[in-house]
Design a protein around this ligand. Structure first.
Ligand SMILES: Nc1ncnc2c1ncn2[C@@H]1O[C@H](COP(=O)(O)OP(=O)(O)OP(=O)(O)O)[C@@H](O)[C@H]1O
Ligand SMILES: [Mg+2]
Length: 310
């Protein structure tokens, strides 16, 4: 079973405007609301691939039914710890005249320490039935930044594989416990390894150092430039798929799902990258927040071109 953890779900409220006039009166043209959570996306794609998956993390009482509804639509199993308060809203103001998005994000409700402890206890039990634990995204106020680090330690003790898709301090601390796979995008990678970059090391040298330090797989996603997968013996590079992107939401999460699927099936590293690319492609070629389905991945897998760099 693949367990995904979403600690900081949000509602993305997109407001479409003809033109954004800062400091003035703006008339809304249309709006849409999407429930978002990186772990949720990973589980939805895995469920589309018929993999057994469970979503855990925090949900919030006043509007948490929206999260339940999303997962029910996709028939994904979940078991959240329900807390007081509301899921935060991220407002995205889309100026259609210049196609520019301005984002205003809420931090979200403060999570009390008692809830963090309860979650860790729950996770300890859930890990008994878990093959892969996926930790995705930011952490809400109140949750210590070493939460992923502690969970990786717990998982390692139980021989559960871990996937860390995070940024900043939670990523930095998580790396200390040697997760099984990390999937930074270029920005996250450059932030996490700023010191090494300043010392003059290039991307491949840093990636090699990470893998040699005991993290078996590093997938670097590079947006429209494709991705790389580095393991102990190989460096693979995938070119972007020839498709028209229609919705970039969940591209990285779909990649993570594709790799988890490949790990569960004991595929080799080249196939891990192939599934990552096909799964990301299947999500981005669909509008808005729609994510890869089995048929997308089956169709795109043969189109992925993988180059061996070393
Ligand atoms: N504009 C694009 N054109 C083609 N492929 C893309 C594009 N953006 C993303 N992809 C594909 O999706 C993969 C993941 O994208 P990206 O590197 O942006 O991840 P991310 O920043 O982690 O995304 P997320 O916002 O979901 O966390 C890329 O490696 C690539 O295969
Ligand atoms: Mg990402």
């Amino acid at each position: 079973m693949i367990l995904t953890l979403t600690l900081n779900p949000c509602i993305d409220k997109t407001i479409y405007l003809d033109q954004l006039e800062v400091g003035s009166y703006n008339r809304v043209k249309s709006t849409r609301e999407d429930l978002a959570g990186k772990g949720l996306n990973v589980s939805i794609v895995l469920n589309n691939l018929n993999e057994d998956t469970l979503c855990k993390g925090f949900n919030f009482k006043s509007n948490g039914h929206l999260l339940d509804k999303l997962l029910n639509i996709h028939h994904v199993k979940y078991d959240f710890l329900s807390l007081e308060g509301a899921i935060r809203t991220n407002i995205k103001l889309f100026d259609q005249s210049c196609q520019v998005m301005t984002e205003v994000n809420e931090a979200g409700p403060f999570v009390p320490m008692s809830a963090v402890e309860q979650l860790l206890k729950d996770m300890e039990n859930a890990l008994e039935h878990t093959d892969i634990l996926v930790m995705s995204g930011s952490i809400p106020p109140g949750v210590p930044t070493d939460i992923y680090q502690r969970l990786i330690r717990m998982a390692n003790e139980k021989q559960v594989k871990t996937v860390l898709d995070a940024a900043g301090e939670p990523l930095f601390l998580g790396l200390l416990e040697k997760p099984y796979l990390i999937k930074p995008n270029t920005l996250e990678f450059n932030q996490a390894f700023r010191k090494e970059i300043e010392c003059g090391m290039d991307t491949l040298e840093i990636a090699r150092q990470v893998v040699d330090s005991g993290i078996p797989y590093l997938c670097l996603s590079m947006g429209e430039e494709g991705a790389m997968l580095i393991d102990k013996e190989h460096v693979y590079r995938a070119r972007p798929l020839p498709l028209e992107p229609k919705g970039l939401t969940g591209a990285g999460d779909s990649m993570v799902a594709g790799m988890c699927y490949a790990i569960q099936k004991h595929f080799d590293s080249a196939d891990m990258l192939r599934y990552a690319m096909a799964s990301a492609g299947g999500s981005i070629r669909q509008e808005g927040t729609l994510l890869s389905r089995q048929e997308d991945i089956d169709e795109l897998l043969p189109l992925v071109e993988i180059e061996t760099l070393s």
